[in-house]
Structures are given as C-alpha cells and as structure tokens.
Design a protein around this ligand. Structure first.
Ligand code: PMP
Ligand code: GLN
Length: 387
C-alpha cells in the first residue's frame, strides 16, 4: 500500500530485525536444529499450567493492579530476602513488568536523559543499546576480554566522564555465560558510589549457575542495592519465555518514577499468570533445582562436541555455550552461522551480533536449553561438518 504521509524519520536507523528472529527463521526454513535463539525446548511444569487454568476459571481475568498482583510482589520480596537479606517492600519497591525487556526499557527510560552516557559491557544483550538511544542517551562500551575471564575495572573506570549517568550489568551473562564475582560487585559498588551512578542489573539467569559458583546479586550489597534497578524474569526460571512476566526491584523513590513510565507503557501485566506464578513460587525447589538441570545439559553438549576442534569458552551460568572455531575456519561468524544452519543443520548465534562495531572473534553461541536427545543430534551433525 503506498504511504499517505511523509517518510518516517527513524528513531532507530541502525536497527533491523534482531539476530534471534533472523536465525530462528533461517533454522525453520532449512529445518535445522535451533540452538540459536535462547528459549527452552521443553514445556513448563504441568502444575504451573494447572494453576493458570485455576486462576482463569476463578475469574482472575481483568486488569491486575498497575504495580502487579500483590501475592506475586510478596513472593518476590520473600525470595529475594532469603537470598540476599535485603528487604524490598512489595508496596513501594517491586513492580511486575512485561518480561525483563520491559523492566530494562523502563529502568533505562527512568534515568537516562538526552546526552547522558551509559556504560555497557560488550558483548551485550541486544535490547540495552536501542533503549539507551531511544531516550537520547549515548552508550559507552567496555569490551570484555575475549576469554571472559575477568572484568578490567581500570578500563571501566577510565570510561566514566561527568556525563556518565548509569552502568548496566548482566550476571550470569548473555551471551558469554560469565558470572560476576563478589569482588566485581564490590568494585562496581565503589565505582558507582564514587561517581554517583545508577546501576541497572539484569539478573534474568540468576538461578542458572554452574560448578558450585554462587550468584552475587546487586541486591546483596546494601549500598549497591540503594542505587540499583534490579531486573528479573520468570521466563528462564520457570521455562515460560512466552509468558513475558518479569519484575523490577528498586528503592522507593526510583520505583515511583519507574511506575510513571510503566503505567503508560503497559499499565499492567497479564493477571492469571501472575497469580499462578505467585503460588508456584512458594516452593523454592521449583527454582533452586534449575542449576543442576542445566549443568547436566551443558556437560552433555560439551562432551558430544569436544572432538570437533572448537575451543570451548567457560560457561559458568545462563543456558549458553560459546565456542571459538579459530582453529577450524577463517570465516566470519555471521557467514559461518548461516552456513552451519543451511548446510550443517544446526543454528547458532554469531557473537559479533552482540557488539556495536564490526568484530569477528570467530565465536558462536549455542543454546543448550534443549532436550538431551536434541543436543546429541545437534552434536552429531556438527561432528559431520566439513571445515
Ligand atoms: N536480559 C537477558 C540477558 C536475556 O537473555 C533476556 C531474554 N532472553 C532478557 C533480558 C529478556 O527477558 P524477557 O524475555 O523476560 O523479556
Ligand atoms: N534472550 C534470548 C536470547 O538471547 C532471545 C530473546 C529474543 O528473541 N528477544 O537468545
């Protein structure tokens, strides 16, 4: 249809369709196994499904309160207190959002004004930078070392200017699987305090953490918590990425401003699902068993691909395994990811998609949130690839 108005002046001129959507489509077109977009292949618990049914039948089908169903806010407050000893008041400091994506977007909108700089670690989850730019902010990148072994705090420090308003962190980290240590969080706390920065902490993989490592939440350090918007999601925790139920925890004054934007963005979040999650959350085993479940999948996948010649990067948490193919091919990661999907039958995500500038570290990200037999079939196909 020809447009009847003048051309739209794009707010996001550099942005196209996300790499996750593109690789999932390619996987579908070529009937490849989709280890690209991060979502579980398996279903959520039947008990959780029954709870949704129960609350729909009970008539919990109208708007939820703007800040979220109180039972869910109370449940989140209790679980966070049990893990961190920090108390978030359900009435004034917890907001239920449409997934972590909305929580992150609204948190960024709450603090970023035109011209403000925001420190972002690269490789970065894809929603941070557009959210900063939509609010007139300027992303300032700190590139993680390619082995993902440490955070160089001197470099982070050197990026702070008088325009720096906030810093975004993500632990466990997508796409690398890196888990931040207590020392990292303490250094962050020091830096944020010294420069009076807001912190946006993306902790959506908080319960998926391996090798006896421990998730250190921004909420566990009181001074850090007092300057942080903590964004979480039930998508990963209960295998329900399609439900888009997340949350933001932040001090009262932050939450007041956060809700002003949230209420005009979505107003409130799907009601019966909030009731169902609130009830399911009462049993801690429903989320505390997740690390062992995914660690076994990581190990099955890694064992099955170990003879291919990839260099396996450390995957300390999340449901991603990064592999370097530097000993196998010179190809650009985007070219290789497409070739592996079309000819090899396995879709992955090229790591360069998580950087603002053109890079090619020759690394692919595989998602192992799949049934064991899917992981083994994918590994078998990868073992047959001619390099
Ligand atoms: N942050 C990270 C690091 C993610 O990987 C994802 C989703 N995969 C999100 C945020 C968004 O979470 P949600 O699906 O709850 O919006
Ligand atoms: N977070 C998922 C990933 O990293 C994708 C989510 C999305 O498609 N937006 O693969």
């Amino acid at each position: 249809m020809p447009s009847a108005t003048s051309a739209i002046q794009s707010k996001l001129p550099k942005v196209g369709t996300t790499i996750f959507t593109r690789m999932s489509k390619l996987a579908e077109d070529y009937k490849a196994i989709n280890l690209a977009q991060g979502f579980p292949e398996f279903d959520c618990s039947p008990d959780l499904q029954k709870l949704v049914d129960k609350y729909i039948r009970r008539g919990k089908n109208q708007y939820a309160p703007m800040a979220g169903v109180m039972a869910l806010r109370e449940g989140i407050s209790q679980k966070v207190f049990a893990a961190t000893k920090t108390e978030y008041h359900p009435e004034t400091e917890i907001t239920i959002t449409s997934g972590a994506t909305e929580a992150l977007y609204v948190a960024i909108s709450t603090v970023v004004n035109p011209g403000d700089e925001v420190i972002v670690f690269e490789p970065a989850y894809d929603s941070y930078v557009p959210a900063i730019e939509m609010n007139g902010g300027i992303p300032v990148f700190v590139t993680l070392d390619p082995q993902y072994e440490y955070i160089d705090w001197e470099i982070v420090n050197s990026k702070v200017t008088e325009k720096t308003k906030a810093i975004i962190i993500n632990t466990p980290h997508n796409p690398t699987g890196k888990v931040w240590t207590e020392s990292d969080l303490k250094q962050l706390d020091f830096l944020a305090e010294k420069n009076s920065l807001f912190v946006i902490s993306d902790e959506v993989y908080e319960y998926i953490i391996f090798d006896d490592l421990r998730h250190v939440s921004a909420a566990s350090i009181p001074s850090l918590a007092s300057r942080t918007f903590l964004c979480g999601s039930f998508g990963k925790t209960f295998h329900v990425t399609g439900w888009k139920v997340g949350y933001c925890l932040a001090p009262k004054e932050f939450t007041t401003e956060f809700r002003k934007i949230h209420q005009f963005m979505v107003f409130s979040v799907i009601t019966p699902f909030q009731f169902a999650i609130a009830e399911f959350l009462k049993e801690p085993d429903h989320y505390l068993s997740l690390s062992a479940f995914y660690e076994s999948k990581r190990n099955i996948f890694n064992e099955a691909i170990k003879d291919i010649g990839f260099v396996l990067k450390p995957s300390e948490g999340s449901f991603f395994q990064n592999v370097s193919y530097k000993n196998l091919s010179e190809e650009h990661d985007l070219v290789l990811a497409e070739r592996l999907t079309k000819e090899g039958g396995v879709a992955s995500i090229p790591l360069s998609a998580f950087y603002g500038e053109e890079t090619n570290f020759r690394v692919l990200r595989f998602c192992f949130a799949k049934n064991d037999d899917t992981l083994l079939r994918a590994a078998e196909l990868l073992n047959k690839v001619v390099w």
